[in-house]
Design a protein around this ligand. Sequence first.
Ligand code: ADP
Ligand code: MG
Length: 552
Amino acid sequence: MMGGQVPILVLKEGTERETGRVAQKRNIEVAKAIADAVRTTLGPKGMDKMLVDSLGDIVITNDGATILKEIDVAHPAAKMMVEVAKSQDTEVGDGTTSAVVLSGELLKMAEELLDQNVHPTVITNGYRLAAEKALEILPELGIKVDNDEILKEIAMTAMTGKNVGDSKEYLADIAVKAVKAVAEEINGKTVVDVDNIKVEKKQGGGIRDTELIDGIILDKEKVHPRMPKRVEKAKIALINTGFEVKKTEISAKIQINRPEDIQAFLDQEAEEIRKMVEKVKEVGANVVFCQKAIDDLAQHYMAKYGIYAVRRVKKSDMEKLSKATGAKIITNLDDLSEDDLGYAEVVEERKIGEDHMTFVMGCKNPKSVSILIRGGTEHVVDEVDRALHDALKVVGVALEDGVAVPGGGATEIELAMKLREYAPSVGGREQLAIEKFADALEIIPRTLAENAGLDAIDIMMKLKAEHQKGNRYAGVDVFEGTIADMVERKVIEPLRVKKQAIESATEVATMILRIDDVIAAKGTDKDKGKGPGGDMGGMGGPGGMGGMPGMM
Ligand code: ADP
Ligand code: MG
């Protein structure tokens, strides 16, 4: 490029740019705002948020991941914070609020160091060292997870704060049973894929009507009233083409001259459909799950042969059925053979609330279970769904790793104490950053206390004193308003949840700290009407960093 005196214009007109301390300050402010937005929801005494979307639909929850998913943030730093919550949620299913609150606090502490002219690189180095050390110390707090009781406690800790009334223990029990049912031993390691647990929701009844089903449930009824309601020793065909005469792609003209020919033509169509059903019957299937349509005539024949059939089954459910019953999904009916059929002890239609659902129970593969969630209103059902989502994930993670740590801020306070002991060994200005990292960890117990309406200063003093005395499990008992042994109080969380929260919070905080230049393209057309920068104010539109001009 040419040098000289004339400034070179590299950015498109209208591009917004912030550099240096201004950019840094702004990013930190935004990240803190996000953390503040969810802070009040942390812990069993956290408040709920009522979220209203643009269509007026309401969600009431204190689930960090859900809140951040629903709010529409525009600033790139805000988006990064939301990403933390999302990854925490997908990785471990819990600890989303904690991760976001910790990120915010790490940035707040960094700001104090920036004000003392500590360079961002020094801060990020110190933070990295602190995080590494914290992960190294974490297993020292480990509690062995070796029985169902402790798994249930982990499930219940994850569900505290969820609006599921006094049904936590009931749901925890279901979560533990479901996870254990799908757990597999692979190369001597326990592996849990909670996606193998099919969750269906049906409004009606009470939370305690929620049940664990040994098999697969489909929110579908049989296609014809004269089909059997229940089939025992079910031989199941999974078909992903329709039971109907295919309309040809090329429009053909059929010339019919005599009235008898019409009948002949229709007869021929009927014959084709009859043959399709004959084929199914011939190979010995008495249950058909079809991904597409089932023609009236086909329904009639199936009913006549005592076949139970369901149409328009979702592709994902076809796959689950295949896994559960051992049936092969067939595209061409001519290829169907007896070997392709799956097996289940019972397939039956049951009336749940106002609707009929299909239950496939006692499957060939015993590692297929479903949970049918019930509850008085849609909001209740959805909240139970969120609570179970967290519970299933944490129980799965805890079963895989076999190790948990105390909750209620006990782990964070212990880590903070140990990091302060470690900091001087590093020395220099990094030491300051490590100490700030330790301070930031304290946000968890402090917030738990604050949200419970306790005197946070007093609680923090007592908590630190206990840990100094060597009571590693001392945490905030938010119900009694005192300090208590969290293991005795049965407040425990999988180690992996804490590990993930520390890792992702550190990652996003250091990432944000390293940015000293934000260049955002002018809001694109699709952003119009949202106002510049949406509700977070500031740079760009939702196009944000994505729409950067190609100058870097
Ligand atoms: P997150 O999205 O981070 O999981 P939660 O609102 O679920 O947020 O709160 C989790 C925090 O609440 C954890 O620090 C956990 O240890 C703590 N906690 C859960 N149950 C209790 C309890 N009964 N007493 C004290 N703290 C608890
Ligand atoms: Mg939680």
